[in-house]
Write a protein that binds this ligand. Structure first.
Ligand SMILES: [Fe+2]
Length: 176
């Protein structure tokens, strides 16, 4: 089993983000790493927080993200390319489109160990842990995610609201 060294991986992602084809190069790196999710799991620290910013600058944000049973993260966009890989547990990603003033659910994908998904800047998803178990993943965004303006979307009307802690807490749901 090849070693996964987080610091090395972060540095590789930073380098890829600064190339002429950052989306493609970041996705290739993620795809290569997530071929061995067990190596990633073994190499990742045990984080106390469910979100941990591993690195962020103007070109790239690299996050550890844990989804816990019972919480359904409300529909949101990222306003930048997002690449998500899971190494433990599974995330249920629900994808939506805004149509005629409503938020319309289009598909759901369970993203388990070794799986990777990519979202375009205007892609909208809501996320919850699958099968009653926490999931752990690495999420890479090609912008300073904590500083850019992005949106949450009303579950029913699809109305966009600023992505703030207050709106997030008001809109989050208990997983069914
Ligand atoms: Fe997201």
């Amino acid at each position: 089993m090849p070693d996964f060294v987080l610091d090395v991986f972060v540095q590789q992602l930073r380098t890829a983000a600064l190339t002429d084809e950052p989306v493609k190069n970041v996705r290739e790196l993620m795809a290569e790493a997530f071929r061995d999710p067990e190596a990633i799991r073994a190499g990742m620290p045990d984080y106390e927080n469910d979100d941990e910013i591993l690195f962020e600058d103007d070109s790239v944000s690299i996050w550890f993200v844990r989804f816990v049973p019972g919480l359904h993260v409300p529909p949101h966009d990222h306003q930048t390319s997002a690449t998500i890989g899971v190494y433990e547990g599974a995330e249920d990603n629900h994808f939506y489109l805004r149509e005629s003033g409503r938020l319309v659910h289009k598909s759901t994908r369970r993203v388990g160990p070794g799986d990777m998904i990519a979202l375009k800047p205007d892609g909208i998803h809501s996320v919850e842990a699958a099968a009653g178990e926490s999931s752990c993943g690495i999420h890479v965004y090609l912008a300073p995610l904590s500083r850019i303006e992005r949106s949450l979307f009303d579950w029913e009307s699809g109305a966009a609201r600023p992505y703030t802690d207050e709106n997030y807490n008001a809109m989050k749901r208990v997983s069914s």
